[in-house]
Ligand binder design. Structure first.
Ligand code: ATP
Ligand code: MG
Length: 287
């Protein structure tokens, strides 16, 4: 009997490709994603990977051609397909924004009334305008949205932004956020039980990788008389590990800390008397 495999669709080449394949690899899934490959079977985990255009992923998952997929929330919302959102993945972060030419004296959303707005996201934008009672004329184009105002095709644009530099170089100014987006794991509805088991396994690993990314492993040497103060600064998973050093009067302290608190805590540790502070990345954090 052939082994049951979970079919997962990821972007073939683009902004989500590298992060998606490296997420699967950090989940311990071994596969070959050589150039031009459309399909790959993992060697050590029951999944089959399809490499596709990101726009096609929601539909393939909704139709059951793939069981799960990784796609931007923006693409998912625009596709309007009935699939389940399983887990946000923390990369591919961007926002869908409205932008106007620099000389446009923008004050409020009402300024879009009667204006032509170019976008590749007509579904999301028309819902946003309807919700905010704006009567604009949406021009759906398939790419290079940012040049639409300068060639006279539109008065404003609605496009994806991360740093804003593309808008800036095209003489545009971001004025409203329509939606925030990041990569998300989606699954088809009514996944059969045997595939659900594989998905749960994969999801457990994904969550461990995500947790690991948010945390750092910290090691330091502490003079014994300062141990209490140092330990109080470090939360750890349960509590910090303390081991004596070969040199009497000193201990080695190990702990896990949140990346956001890292510098704050390191500064305080130094003040209290910690030495030889090492900060390491964690590959997986099993909880
Ligand atoms: P494909 O050839 O697969 O259709 P694409 O050109 O439509 O690719 P990309 O530009 O590779 O798509 O972007 C894929 C996704 O990356 C976007 O849908 C979005 O979710 C995310 N993303 C993150 N930052 C940005 C950004 N600055 N601009 C565009 N997309 C971004
Ligand atoms: Mg696309």
């Amino acid at each position: 009997m052939q082994e049951t495999k979970l079919k997962i669709a990821v972007q073939k080449s683009g902004r989500l490709s590298e992060d998606s394949t490296s997420l699967l690899k950090r989940c311990g899934v071994k596969f070959n994603n050589g150039l031009g490959k459309l399909k790959s079977e993992a060697e050590n985990f029951p999944i089959e990977i399809f490499f596709l255009r990101d726009d096609d992923i929601p539909e393939y998952v909704a139709d059951g051609v793939a069981d799960v997929g990784i796609v931007g929330e923006n693409v998912l919302a625009e596709a309007g397909k009935a699939v389940d959102s399983i887990e946000k993945l923390g990369y591919g972060k961007c926002r869908l924004s409205l932008a106007v030419p620099k000389n446009f004296a923008y004050q409020s959303l009402k300024d879009f009334d009667g204006k032509r707005v170019a976008t590749t996201y007509p579904r999301i934008l028309s819902a946003f305008f309807a919700e905010n009672k704006v009567n604009a004329d949406i021009h759906t184009i398939s790419g290079s949205v940012e040049i639409a105002p300068s060639i006279g095709l539109a008065d404003a644009v609605c496009d994806l932004v991360s740093s804003g530099s593309t808008l800036f170089t095209n003489g545009l100014r971001e004025v409203e956020t329509v939606m925030q987006s990041e990569a998300v794991l989606i699954a088809r509805k009514n996944l059969p039980a045997d595939l659900q088991v594989i998905l749960e396994k994969l999801l457990f690993r994904i969550k461990s990788v995500k947790a690991a990314k948010r945390n750092k492993y910290i090691l330091l040497n502490a003079p014994d008389e300062k141990l209490d103060e140092i330990v109080a600064l470090l939360p750890g998973i349960k509590s910090p590990t303390v081991m004596p050093l070969a040199e009497t009067g000193w201990s080695s302290v190990h702990s896990v800390i949140n990346e956001n608190d890292l510098w704050e805590i390191v500064e305080q540790l130094k003040i209290v008397g910690a030495e030889g502070v090492l900060v390491l990345s964690i590959d997986q954090m099993i909880q």
